[in-house]
Ligand binder design. Structure first.
Ligand code: GLC
Ligand code: CA
Length: 554
């Protein structure tokens, strides 16, 4: 590991500021709230916090629509609060990553407002405006948040938005725009942040012929997500690396969907555009989506690890602010009823010790679950509500659509962090109204209740400790990932090996017992999510949902 690659050793914790801790009681989480929890991160063994966007924004997409890149949104606090957070975190050895959203800004950004008012102005060239003679949309591309990517502005012009109409795409072909973006990135890096999680970055290059594409979906659109990672994107990404990230040694996590494994080296190899890339191949799976099986999940994890190890560094994760909770995505409800948090500990073991930088999404460490949203008015995420509304307008059955939304909604991961058993779970004052419902299970499932031996939270703490262990830590950070054959269909048994040390991670992704042949060695137990570890004559007998971490005895 090169000296400047400190982030390979790091444990990242993702904070969704809106829902983490509300100190002033307005129902929305804030920066002062995050600051008040810094000792929790130290206790948990976290090195880096990634904050979802905290910049000025009309919040149409909860901050992913930025109207001023240089200042903090009022509801999250002040610029001074952010400076204080960066400083106080640093005092505890914790680094901060902000969210870099530069595929698009907000339609309320001064650039866009000026471009609307004066079609001839320089800022109009920061966006994709296209005029048509017949008043029809320039083409048949469909946005990620349903509907067309084109929005009319009333004077014959349309502008392109990959996401919602409130998020006009920035025109990266324009060197002036790129210069503005790089200036902003460097300004933030100079404020003492460690780097960025980089949002939706594979959309920044467009097919500027803007031709119709086929085949179209049921709504008659060609999904723009099929145009991710468009040819020629490397010019922009390399330039951003050379002008911003590399000279300042920034840590960057790329949200770069649509990049095939063959190109992972370009994105996150030794001289890649970013420090690491997120692989969505298994986090995007769910029991409720076609293609699911435990076997396929394990196969995708294996493939991801083997492909990445040849080429690059990845960040490993199961949850985020865009995903339902992992217990709900991957574990059958009856297994959670019967075995409590054991399956969640198995999931934690499975991903946390892979090769890559692990990210814990807030609440994952206490096993937070999807929320029991009852009606459409309980939901907050505009993209989910939009999809629901369009479907119902087109004649779909509202109840069926609600069932789909409950399982898939991003709001599931956005309910308030559960700190204690009080009203509103300690997220905000008991008499305040959180911006989104608090999960009713917070009385039992919360940080305070889990500060005891045997809890999922303590288990996560053991995992972070294991990655920092003086003897075994280096094996989990720098060691190779190797498949261990004979693991059974829905079990994942892998080995991490560094020089003359090896560790073994065995996870049973099922309610059946599994026997796994171990490579010949004398093994000792480092971690186990169940009462006993049964090893006999070179075979490890895994109990339902059991996870065991072994090290070769020296
Ligand atoms: C990314 C973010 C998501 C956001 C979208 C548009 O996918 O993770 O939350 O809605 O980009 O910025
Ligand atoms: Ca607040």
């Amino acid at each position: 590991m090169a000296l400047n690659e400190w982030w390979k050793k790091a444990v990242v914790y993702q904070v969704y500021p809106r829902s983490f801790c509300d100190l002033n009681g307005d129902g929305v989480g804030d920066l002062r709230g995050i600051l008040s929890k810094l000792d929790y991160f130290v206790w948990l063994g976290v090195d880096v916090l990634w904050l979802n966007p905290v910049f000025c924004s009309p919040m149409e997409d909860n901050g992913y629509d930025i109207s001023d890149y240089y200042h903090v949104a009022e509801e999250f606090g002040t610029d001074e609060d952010l400076r204080a957070l960066i400083g106080e975190a640093a005092r505890r050895g914790i680094k901060i990553l902000l969210d870099l959203v530069v595929n698009h800004c907000s339609s309320e950004h001064a650039w866009f407002q000026k471009a609307l008012a004066k079609p001839e102005c320089e800022e109009a060239g920061y966006f994709y405006f296209v005029s048509t003679q017949d008043g029809k949309r320039p083409n048949n591309w469909g946005s990620n948040f349903s509907g067309s990517v084109w929005e009319p502005v009333g004077d014959g012009r349309f502008y392109l938005h990959t996401f919602s109409p409130g998020q006009p795409d920035l025109n990266w072909e324009n060197p002036k725009l790129r210069e503005e973006i790089y200036k902003m990135i460097n300004w933030w890096l100079d404020q003492g942040i460690a780097g960025f999680r980089v949002d939706a970055i594979t959309f920044i290059k467009k097919d500027t012929t803007f031709q119709d594409r086929f085949p179209v979906n049921e709504q008659g659109f060609y999904p723009i997500e099929k145009l991710e990672n468009c040819r020629g994107i490397g010019k922009f990404l390399g330039e951003m690396r050379d002008q911003c990230f590399a000279p300042r040694g920034a840590m960057t996590i790329a949200e770069a969907p649509g990049v095939p494994y063959e190109e992972f080296a370009d994105y996150a190899g030794a001289n890649g555009y970013f420090s690491m890339i997120l692989d969505f191949s298994y986090p995007d799976m769910s029991r409720y989506l076609p293609g699911w099986s435990e076997e396929e999940f394990c196969a995708r994890v294996r493939r991801s690890q083997l492909q990445a190890q040849e080429r690059c560094w990845t960040a490993v994760f199961l949850e985020s602010h865009d995903q339902p909770r992992s217990g709900d995505k991957y574990i059958p409800p009856d297994a959670l009823d019967r075995y409590g948090d054991r399956p969640k500990k198995m999931l934690a073991t499975l991903y946390f010790l892979l090769r890559g930088t692990p990210i814990i999404y807030q609440g994952q460490e206490i096993g937070m679950e999807n929320a029991p949203f009852s009606s459409i008015s309980d939901f907050r995420d505009a993209s989910g509500i939009g999809r629901y509304t369009r479907a119902v307008e087109a004649g779909a059955d509202p109840e069926t659509e609600l069932v789909f939304l409950r399982r898939s909604s991003r709001d599931n991961a956005r309910t308030p962090m559960q700190w204690d058993e009080s009203e509103n779970a300690g997220f905000t004052r008991p008499d305040a109204t959180p911006w989104i419902m608090t999960h009713p299970d917070s009385r039992a499932r919360n940080v305070r209740a889990q500060r005891r031996e045997g809890s999922l939270l303590e288990y996560y703490r053991s995992l972070t400790a294991l990655r920092k262990d003086p003897v075994y830590g280096p094996v989990f950070v720098d060691g190779t990932f190797e498949e261990v054959v004979d693991a059974g269909r829905d079990a994942l048994v892998y080995r991490r090996r560094l020089e003359d040390r090896q560790c073994l991670v065995a996870c049973n992704f099922s309610g059946e017992e599994h026997g796994a042949r171990l490579p010949h060695a004398s093994w000792k137990v480092l971690l186990n999510n169940t009462r006993d570890v049964l090893m006999r004559e070179g075979t490890l007998f895994l109990q339902p949902w059991q996870a065991v971490v072994l090290a070769e005895e020296k």
